[in-house]
Design a protein. Sequence first.
Length: 433
Amino acid sequence: MQPIHPDHPIAIVGLGYVGLPLAVEFGKKRPVIGFDINSQRIAQLQEGIDHTLETTAEELAAAGRLAFTSHADDLRDCAVFIVTVPTPIDDANRPDLTPLLKASETVGRVMRQNAIVIFESTVYPGATEEVCVPVLEKFSGRKFNVDFFCGYSPERINPGDKVNTLTKIRKITSGSLPEVADAVDALYKEIISAGTHKAASLKVAEAAKVIENTQRDLNIALVNELSVIFERLGIDTLDVLEAAGSKWNFLPFRPGLVGGHCIGVDPYYLTHKAEQVGYHPQVILAGRRINDNMARYVARNAIKLMLKGGMDVPRCRVGVLGITFKENCPDIRNSKVVDMVREFEAWGAAVEIVDPWADAQEVAREYGLRLGRVDPEHPVDALVVAVGHNEYRNATLPALRALCRGERPVLIDVKSLFSLEEARASGFSVFRL
């Protein structure tokens, strides 16, 4: 197979946190058509607006060979399709492959002879060949590895990270035939300055992606469980971690809420496939149970402090600072802060959520929650600093105290941003992971 000609257009299918940065980088070097079924998203991008904040208007303008469309027929001349749609889980924590199947159907309808279809969406090992290829064959009428070919190159985008950006993260590549793997690898080398790693097969590349985040999930689950134990022992977790961290090979993980589209989701793709082949994972699912329950654990400890302080919880106002799944990022997908809010509401408390990064309409549409106000004119009885946005990280304890009423309000410092002693001296009853 010949290298992909520089004048042959590439289609990027799905223009979210993963697809858009990819389209922009390729659009600086070769013709690219960015496709998304959301026509409003396309209209915004054509105006130079990216609501995910992963690219700027200047970066969009710099991708001089990039065009946007919501019409699949515009992709018929493309030689390569890169699929970057979401792969979420359902309410039962099972993989929801609907977006991937729909994208494969769209590509199958328009792809030409000898097209290469590269998947970046996170999947379980084997999904490309077992799930996507049959759909491509059905809707194209073409035969896999004869009339069209596949690659898999897992996304490694870290939303909100302006240091470890797309081009600076080494890229795993793979192909359905050795010569396809070479062509896919060469294609990504055009834009990835950090280099590439050519995996032995599609399955290996798929597996590498899910274990990256499974490993992080388990390490965070460990420190979360340690946090629960240390709280019962009356020991501050951060003090313990700082002491243990004085050894050179101690891994610096911190307790916290594990949400988002990767760490809180990917392990379920691996466990789903493991169960299909007759193995019931023990350690991975134990870690998931711990992390999935941490938001409710935090809320219940807040309620304990409120009750100890003589507060009537159903008549209290709780302020929650931050609802995105991570700091300095507008992404609210799979936010575990929502679980915390639900727990407070189950106890009858009125919850006020504020977040300068989140889109109020998206929060309402996704979770049925309203962004409100927490300020000295609208004080609260308990304040949860849930997300480490710079706005909160740089806040002073007197400023936070001014948001609260009562003699001894409760401060829940989920990310351990503030000195425990100084917070108590400021008049707070404090809990932190």
